[in-house]
Design a protein around this ligand. Structure first.
Ligand SMILES: Nc1ncnc2c1ncn2[C@@H]1O[C@H](COP(=O)(O)OP(=O)(O)O)[C@@H](O)[C@H]1O
Ligand SMILES: [Mg+2]
Length: 278
């Protein structure tokens, strides 16, 4: 049985003109098709174009070259209103920083996407949102605001919000990036389970090898070029673990290093000798 392709990118490139008139190639020659029920992980260094790629898949942005199809229809030809409705109905986004509305309860946050729905979906929105919060294990926290919740809880609210309209495509941009390892694993398991239950496609961008290993297919993005990544290709039985050092090197977070060294620089000025020596 052929899987129904939800979103397809063909020859997609994205470039922008920088203020000094030089061209920055963010993405180059991207071919990717994601089908219903598919779980895809994309790993890559910071600045490799991951978020740009996800925004193109989610029809939030348009490519400079190439084409994006959603359910076989070229996105380029869709009018703005239709595009917005299509996205609202079919795509759920989960972000690293949760992006919840501050000062609003979990219920209000999760209900929000249903405010754009019509008919039964609109009128039932409170009940649907409550059920979704129950599904992510927060039935007892529906009146809590993000400020009153832990990072893991906030991300579960964000997942409930992303999934409350039962989107066919879930796009997660470093969903565990702001969480500790254990909480991240729990959150990913939840995201995986709910996506599978709904037969939704899940595309996850991550630096975390364990998060990537959960997906069915793996890709690596390097300076805007997407290539398949064989997580199981390692020679030993514990494939994910044994390939980890290699993958870790390939997706090492240069921003984090850069930030660390920026952090370090002023500290060195005032550093004690012991710190310099270390
Ligand atoms: N609109 C834009 N204008 C200029 N540069 C951009 C724009 N969008 C993204 N970039 C640059 O493109 C590169 C890739 O960005 P992004 O997709 O956010 O990478 P990632 O999510 O992998 O960290 C970065 O160097 C970023 O600064
Ligand atoms: Mg990003």
């Amino acid at each position: 049985m052929e899987l129904v392709t939800l979103v397809r990118l063909e020859g997609v490139a994205k470039h922008v003109l920088l203020p000094d008139d030089t061209r920055l190639d963010i993405l180059r020659g991207i071919d990717l098709a994601v089908a219903a029920g598919d779980h895809v992980a994309i790993v890559g260094r910071s600045g490799s174009g991951k978020s740009t790629l996800l925004n193109l898949m989610g029809m939030l942005d348009r490519p400079s070259e190439g084409a994006v199809w959603f359910r076989g229809e070229p996105v380029r030809k869709m009018r703005r209103g239709r595009l917005d409705r299509l996205r609202g109905r079919n795509v759920g986004f989960v972000f690293q920083q949760f992006n919840l509305l501050a000062g609003r309860t979990a219920l209000e946050n999760v209900e929000m996407p249903l405010g754009y729905a019509t008919g039964r979906e609109f009128w039932r929105r409170r009940r649907t949102a409550t059920e979704m919060l129950e599904r992510v294990g927060l039935g007892h926290r529906i009146e809590s605001t993000p400020e009153q919740m832990s990072g893991g809880e906030q991300q579960r609210v964000a997942i409930a919000r992303a999934l409350v309209r039962r989107p066919a495509l879930i796009l997660a941009d470093e969903p565990t990036g702001a969480l500790d390892v254990e909480t991240g694993a729990t959150v990913m398991e939840l995201l995986d389970d709910i996506a599978s239950e709904a037969d939704a496609a899940l595309v996850t961008i991550t630096h975390d090898l364990h998060v990537a290993a959960r997906a069915r297919r793996h890709f690596r993005l390097d300076t805007g070029v997407l290539t398949p990544f064989d997580l199981e290709g390692a020679p030993t039985p514990s494939a994910a673990d044994s390939s980890a050092p290699e993958l870790a090197a390939s997706v090492a977070e240069p921003d984090a290093e850069a930030e660390a060294s920026v952090d370090r620089a002023p500290r060195q000025d005032e550093a004690e000798p012991a710190e310099v020596a270390s």
